[in-house]
Write a new protein. Structure first.
Lengths: 235, 63
C-alpha cells in the first residue's frame, strides 16, 4: 500500500514542476483514451444532430430556399452514422443507439431501393398545369399525389414528359386529340393507361401507339414511374 | 493501429463499415448511377451478414 501512495521524486535534470518517472518506450502498455471521450453519449449526440439537421433541411425545402432530396439526405445520414461508429469503436464502449439508428436507416433505404422508390421532389399534393412544354419536361414527388394536367398545354413537334412519385399516386390528364406513347412502371401497385389496367409487383406497362394519327403537335411520350402506388393516365 | 488503444469495440467497427458501404450503395442508387434490385441486393446482404456472424464466431464470447 505504501508503495503506491508514495510520491515518486523527479529524476535529476528534469524541468521544475515535473514529477514522476519519464514515459516508457513504445513497447510499454497501450495508451488509453481520455475518460471524457469514452463517456460521450455519441448515440444521442448523433441522433439529435441528425434530427435537427433533417428538420432544418426539410423546413428550408418547404419554404423553397433550397431544394433537398430525401434520396440524398438519408444515404448521407447512414454514411455519417457509419463514420461516427467507426470513430467511436476506438472508445471501447458499446453504441447500441447508433447501431439501431443505422439499422432503421438501412431498412428504410433497402425498402426504397427494392421497390424502386425515388425519394426526390418533396412531399404532399401537387398539381401541375404547364402552359407550354419545350420538348421535354420532368416532374418528381417523393410522397403524395402528383397531378399533371396537360389538356391545355401547348407544344409542337412532339413532347416527352417524365414523371415519378416515390409513394403515392400519379395522375396524368392528356388532350383527347393527341397521339400517345406511354410507359408506366410501378414497383408495387397499379398502372391504368386509358382504361387498360395492370397491377402487382414490378408492373411495366407500355402502350404505343394509341391509334390516333399524330397531328401538328406530334406524339406525346409519357415516361411514368411510381415506387409504391398508382399511375392513372386519362384523356 | 487498431490494437493500439485498449478495449476498442469490434462490433461497432464492423457495423460502422457496413453502414458506410450501404450508404454509398444507396446514394449511388438514388442518383441513378447504379441500380439496386431486390433480387441481387437481398442475397448480397444475407451473404455479408452470414460472413460477419461467422467471423464473429471465430472469437470466443467475452464474459
Amino acid at each position: 500500500m505504501a508503495e503506491t501512495s508514495a510520491p515518486v521524486p523527479p529524476p535529476p535534470g528534469s524541468p521544475p514542476g515535473s514529477s514522476g518517472p519519464p514515459p516508457k518506450s513504445a513497447s510499454g502498455p497501450p495508451p488509453t483514451r481520455p475518460r471524457w471521450i469514452s463517456r460521450l453519449p455519441l448515440g444521442r449526440i448523433v441522433l439529435g444532430g441528425l434530427l435537427i439537421l433533417g428538420g432544418l433541411l426539410w423546413l428550408l425545402d418547404a419554404v423553397n430556399v433550397i431544394n433537398v432530396s430525401a434520396g440524398v439526405v438519408l444515404p448521407a445520414a447512414l454514411i455519417l452514422v457509419g463514420l461516427v461508429l467507426v470513430a467511436a469503436s476506438f472508445t471501447g464502449r458499446r453504441h447500441g443507439l447508433l447501431i439501431v439508428v443505422g439499422i432503421v436507416l438501412t431498412i428504410t433505404l433497402a425498402f426504397a431501393s427494392s421497390f424502386d422508390i425515388r425519394l426526390q421532389g418533396g412531399v404532399g399534393q401537387r398539381v401541375e398545369r404547364p402552359n407550354a412544354i419545350g420538348g421535354a419536361a420532368t416532374y418528381r414527388l417523393s410522397v403524395g399525389q402528383l397531378t399533371i394536367d396537360l389538356r391545355h398545354t401547348t407544344w409542337s413537334g412532339g413532347a416527352t414528359v417524365t414523371a415519378s412519385v416515390g409513394i403515392g399516386q400519379l395522375v396524368i390528364q392528356v388532350p383527347s386529340d393527341v397521339a400517345l406513347v406511354v410507359r408506366g412502371r410501378a414497383g408495387a401497385g397499379d398502372v391504368t393507361v386509358l382504361g387498360v389496367n395492370e397491377s402487382g409487383l414490378d408492373v411495366d406497362q407500355r402502350i404505343a401507339p394509341t391509334g390516333l394519327v399524330p397531328n401538328q403537335r406530334g406524339t406525346l411520350s409519357l415516361d411514368l414511374s411510381v415506387g409504391l402506388g398508382q399511375i392513372q393516365v386519362t384523356r | 493501429m487498431m490494437r493500439r488503444f485498449a478495449g476498442y469495440e469490434r462490433r461497432a467497427l464492423i457495423a460502422g463499415v457496413f453502414f458506410i458501404a450501404m450508404g454509398v450503395l444507396f446514394l449511388l442508387d438514388q442518383l441513378d448511377v447504379i441500380r439496386l434490385r431486390a433480387a441481387y441486393f437481398i442475397p448480397i446482404v444475407l451473404i455479408v451478414l452470414g460472413a460477419a456472424i461467422l467471423i464473429g464466431a471465430r472469437r470466443p464470447a467475452r464474459r
